[in-house]
Design a protein around this ligand. Sequence first.
Ligand code: ADP
Length: 498
Amino acid sequence: MATTLAPPQLDKNVTDFLSKPRKMLLGGKWVEAASGKTFETYNPATGEVLARVAAGDREDIDRAVKAARRAFEEGPWPEMLPAERSRLLYKLADLIDQHREEFAELETLDNGKPVFFSRIVDVPTAIETFRYFSGWATKIEGNTVPISMPGAKYFAYTLREPVGVVGQIIPWNFPLIMASWKLAPALAAGCTVVLKPAEQTPLTALRLGELVMEAGFPDGVVNIIPGFGETAGAALAAHPDVDKIAFTGSTEVGKLIVDAARGNLKKVSLELGGKSPNIVFPDADLDAAIPGSAAAIFFNQGQCCTAGSRLFVHKSIFDKVVDGVAQATKTFHIGPGIDPTTNLGPLVSKEQQDRVCGYLESGAREGAKAVVGGHKIAGGGYFVEPTVLVDVKPQMKVVREEIFGPVVTAIPFSTPEEVATFANDSIYGLAAAVWTRDISKAHRTAAKLRAGTVWINCYNVFDSALPFGGYKQSGWGRESGHAVLELYTEVKSVCAQI
Ligand code: ADP
């Protein structure tokens, strides 16, 4: 691991932000937790305490839901013209834009990810998400509907109305992007929100909350309650006055959310885990497929729900591709994310490092061989070596379960039919990729894959306009695009005899 550079000077706003305990945003005010409790968030590159944050719990969630309900039913928000909501969202995007560097550094310090990527992926994606959904606020339309009931004339139409008070629970892998993917469509649709960031990475969501207020959103429209999943998260998912819960995280917790939502049958959308197949055919452009396959797994230290964690390579090029991906790991600059030359940082937490290492041990026990990597990296931070495993069998845990770390299993195949069967042999169905120069084979394979997104000759390409979500146990509903607005609106049919 190379840690040669002196720590760079941090943006002054970042040092100021970290110097004070952070409160929660509730009803337009920054307040401490009702219990007075706080928790610590850590810098994953060093294991040192980064900041102290109010620990929201049931009572805070209840107060936040009441504030969101009030803001949904009274005051300026329900009266606001769609064009005004649009302007607020655009203003919020501009404010993030003005604080780009600050957000990039804060995200890196809290999550561990290379600041190189925070600058070119996380922050710009958040900005573009708010801009994209700003446009939708004025374009949420219903239909007119012909009625065939005899005996009278009718005029019928549909309205798309906001679903109401929305609870949103987000994970730690892309904290700012996840906050923007959740907030932007909900606000465009006219909902009010209680957002719970992940306990590992609450900071950028809290800074975003300050800009939400600066942009001029009315009090209570956006409430941000940091806290733990089992307390604040569970209380939000179960709250009887929350109309909809939107969750991104593990499939295991997704099932708890479904159970918790049962009481008042709140609407549920879930973006969950994955074990995405990345398929390299023998006619692929290997100059693109090899670095593309390395990026597919190692981007964000493998902590992506879409990570290309099952690499299927045609047997005629298996050794070449596996060797290429292994060699790519040797070019990585592994180190603290805040070093601008780092392109592989630490994992988010000690817990995650232990979890990933547990999978590495299980793989070794079951007979998998590490072509490269295979261990954690000693030192203060939560680093794990980028790892390529071969000699894996379909029933091994490293092949079946989501590792959420920089670990790929490489598996040879013979025919397009065989690899489609292998690829679909998973409880997950979030994403997949195909590398080939044969356009027919690419689309035929895309049609066979049971996945919400299929990339052809590329990987991890996202767009605010492109629906994203999972088949099978990878989730319910879609993020982004027109599709997500359906999750934040109810359809009302109005029928008049004329
Ligand atoms: P990971 O395992 O990757 O940490 P989780 O699914 O546990 O992902 O966490 C994603 C989000 O879900 C976090 O905000 C976390 O606090 C929250 N969470 C965890 N457990 C629960 C729960 N029982 N109810 C509601 N939210 C939860």
